[in-house]
Design a protein around this ligand. Structure first.
Ligand SMILES: CC(C)(COP(=O)(O)OP(=O)(O)OC[C@H]1O[C@@H](n2cnc3c(N)ncnc32)[C@H](O)[C@@H]1OP(=O)(O)O)[C@@H](O)C(=O)NCCC(=O)NCCS
Length: 171
């Protein structure tokens, strides 16, 4: 299962050969400013391995996003998450700092909405967002998501749950 390529981007599953790029991305304090801490190289390796387990168990996860000529941009995809104890599929994204602000996250996440429509609709797709992460909230809004709840299950922040009920494509 993979989203279709977009005007500028293509998706593929991540492998350990992506470790250099992903360790740079997930080790960047700016990119990780709404996470507890940037990831070390070994944590990035574990994260790739966890994503590979998700591909096998769930059929989806975060995928590498790259330009059509193979330039690494970041990751984007669909994972199982939960808010207030409710399991939901979430669209997630990380874009390398020097490529942000060009519409890449919105473009990639839109392809994930299309994939969700093909594979899982009708159903709820969410984005669970740190309350100060305005860029992520803007991406969710571009997808047509609206605030549906506050997640109070997290130990130290109340996260905003954005959601979109994705209808099946009319045939
Ligand atoms: C969230 C993120 C993926 C967006 O990537 P991107 O490719 O720059 O996103 P886009 O260019 O598609 O859109 C970004 C939107 O956020 C806005 N934005 C960017 N930085 C912003 C900021 N600091 N404050 C407010 N809005 C901001 C942009 O103006 C744009 O909105 P607009 O189209 O209405 O102008 C990127 O900022 C990132 O990787 N952040 C760190 C990782 C992260 O927090 N991921 C989400 C976890 S829930």
């Amino acid at each position: 299962m993979l989203p279709e390529r977009t005007e500028r981007l293509r998706f593929r599953e991540m492998t350990l050969t992506d470790l250099d790029h992903l360790a740079d991305l997930l080790g960047d304090p700016g990119v990780m400013s709404f996470y507890p801490a940037p990831k070390s190289r070994s944590e990035s390796r574990e994260w790739i391995e966890r994503m590979q387990e998700r591909y096998t168990s769930d059929g989806h996860g975060l995928w590498i996003i790259e330009t059509h000529d193979g330039e690494f941009i970041g990751d984007c995809g669909i994972t199982w998450q939960s808010y207030n104890g409710i399991a939901v599929r979430e669209v997630g994204y990380h874009v390398r700092a020097d490529r942000q602000g060009r519409g890449y996250a919105t473009e990639a996440a839109s392809a994930c909405v299309d994939l969700f429509r093909r594979e899982f609709a009708p159903g709820l797709l969410t984005a669970i967002i740190h309350p100060r992460n305005d860029a992520s909230r803007r991406v969710a809004e571009h997808l047509g998501m609206t605030r549906i709840a506050d997640d109070r299950a997290h130990p130290w922040i109340v996260r905003t749950v954005m959601g979109l009920t994705v209808e099946a494509q009319a045939s």
